[in-house]
Design a protein around this ligand. Structure first.
Ligand code: UDP
Length: 244
């Protein structure tokens, strides 16, 4: 019989919405989802009871699905309602945004109305740096900053293209339009690139296919919301993901 227990050790890192703990295995970490919702580069931060439970469940379902489709991710398994066991990685300090429909910062930057469907997905890179407020950069900046090599960048473009293809279909099947999303990558001890962090309503724009209603944290960004409304939207996403 395999005894399934994890020894939670030192806190390695605490971010805005997650805590990362060492485990007895040096190649694995425990990721704990907190009940915080942030927006606008962390400028807005609100406590939202049990939001960590929903995000842990939603990101678990998506990462399990991606693993089953052959995408290499950091996700090993869910441990309890707030925690998951993942491979330990060194994070690449970049955010990769994939856009299928114009929205958010792209709409503002280029003066194009939200909702224009893109014939090909557009990829963007943001440099993770709180002081600089995560600026938009290009491939050459990323390599110059020594975040990764051109070869690694090319393989990440190929991975995010596959991820987009897979999850766009997955969500459409649940009557959700995947407008855009952000992903992050890390390298394991063998220097392999793994999809890391999370994919959830915190990191994606989801619109209902029929009503075009926003089903993500955009409501929170726009300050139009009651906390309950945001919570209900996360529940709605989870419900739809659980229907096959
Ligand atoms: N995003 C994210 N974290 C960030 C910035 C953006 O997860 O720090 C996600 C966001 O949820 C959206 C996509 O990346 O799905 C594109 O965001 P955008 O560049 O439009 O910026 P925003 O409107 O979030 O400021």
């Amino acid at each position: 019989m395999i005894v399934n227990y994890i020894i939670k050790k030192d806190l390695l890192f605490e971010g805005k919405t997650k805590k990362i703990y060492a485990t007895k295995n040096p190649f694995e970490v425990l990721i704990h989802h907190k009940d915080y919702l942030t927006a606008l580069d962390g400028l807005r931060k609100n406590f939202l009871q049990d939001k960590g439970i929903l995000n842990n469940e939603i990101t678990t379902l998506i990462f399990k699905f991606l693993n089953s489709c052959g995408i290499k991710t950091h996700f090993i398994r869910k441990i309890n309602n707030r925690e998951q066991l993942c491979y330990k990685v060194d994070m690449i300090p970049l955010e990769f945004v994939v856009r299928n429909v114009v929205a958010g910062s792209m709409s503002k930057r280029l003066g194009i109305k939200e909702g224009v469907h893109l014939s090909n997905p557009i990829f963007e890179i943001f440099y993770k740096n709180d002081k600089l407020k995560d600026p938009l950069i290009n491939d050459h900046h990323a390599v110059f900053l020594k975040a990764l090599s051109y070869e690694e960048l090319n393989s990440i473009y190929s991975i995010i293209s596959k991820i987009n293809y897979i999850i766009k279909k997955y969500f459409l099947n649940k009557n959700i339009i995947l407008v855009d999303f952000k992903v992050e990558f890390g390298k394991n001890h063998k220097n392999e690139i793994l999809l890391s962090d999370e994919i959830s309503p915190d990191t994606c724009r989801f619109w209902d296919k029929k009503t075009m209603k926003k089903l993500d944290k955009d409501l929170f960004r726009m300050e139009l919301n009651e906390k309950k409304e945001v919570f209900d939207i996360y529940i709605e996403i989870l419900k739809r993901l659980n229907v096959s």
